[in-house]
Design a binder for this molecule. Structure first.
Ligand SMILES: O=C(CO)COP(=O)(O)O
Length: 246
């Protein structure tokens, strides 16, 4: 399976930041893995234009479950497609926490996004308290169950395992902890969808110094990168590590 290096810019970036994309394109004009940047919605169309014809793709960070209507401040899946997105991140832990998104809300968004033709990157991950209580695998399994609706198209699905306590903290799980969760995810997805072709990304404090080690682990098909995706030099090094791991 082709690896995926996905950058989640979160609420960072203005027009000036497009220079980072130009630098990334100069470094990686034809990457040997899939490379995706999910900028804030305000930059999506400009970034899509900047990467046109290159190996880089752009995606959204969220969408609404409805196709249109009275939802002030929200963005529909079709609007993301219209702005040039091919992917969307759904169920990120920051949305689950900041916007109280339940598994059911995430599932409705997956249905809407896949119907609009988007690849959906669905995020799951335990909190530190849940890990300390020994509940990690149960939490992940129930997030997967609840966040992937009936009728999910496995061909449009990517899963990102992002332990909440590893996001933006500089802390990462041990290799054994990552492998344990990714193996469990692989089994659950294989049982439900009958395929082992769903990409599993690790996310949480991925940086140039730890990327190669993480990409060497079984059932890790790439990364969802926050802070280190903002700088072309850092994200470029992570892309190079994924290319080398293939
Ligand atoms: O939340 C993340 C990506 O979606 C990870 O963020 P950091 O890479 O900044 O820890």
């Amino acid at each position: 399976m082709r690896g995926l290096a996905a950058g989640n810019w979160k609420m960072n970036g203005t027009g000036d930041s497009l220079s980072e994309i130009e630098a990334l394109l100069a470094q990686h004009p034809a990457p040997a893995c899939d490379v995706l940047i999910c900028p804030p919605a305000t930059l999506l169309a400009r970034m899509a234009a900047a990467v046109q014809g290159s190996g880089l793709k752009v995606g959204g960070q969220d969408c609404h479950a409805a196709a249109s209507g009275a939802h002030t401040g929200d963005i529909s899946a079709a609007m993301l497609v219209d702005a040039g997105a091919g992917h969307v991140i759904l169920g990120h832990s920051e949305r689950r926490a900041d916007h109280r998104e339940s598994d059911a809300v995430v599932a409705a968004k997956v249905t809407a996004a896949q119907a609009a033709g988007l690849m959906t990157i669905v995020c799951v991950g335990e909190t530190e308290a849940e890990r300390d209580a020994g509940r990690t695998l149960d939490i992940i399994a129930s997030q997967i169950d609840g966040s992937l609706p009936e009728g999910t198209d496995a061909a449009r699905l990517v899963i990102a395992y992002e332990p909440v306590w590893a996001i933006g903290t500089g802390r990462t799980p041990t290799n054994e902890q990552i492998v344990e969760v990714h193996e469990a995810l692989r089994r659950q997805l294989q049982d439900r969808f009958g395929t082992a072709e769903i990409a599993l990304l690790y996310g949480g404090s991925v940086k140039p110094s730890n990327a190669a080690e993480i990409f060497a682990l079984p059932d890790v098909n790439g990364a969802l990168v926050g802070g280190a995706s903002l700088k072309a030099s850092d994200f470029g090094a992570i892309i190079a590590a994924l290319e080398a791991a293939a």
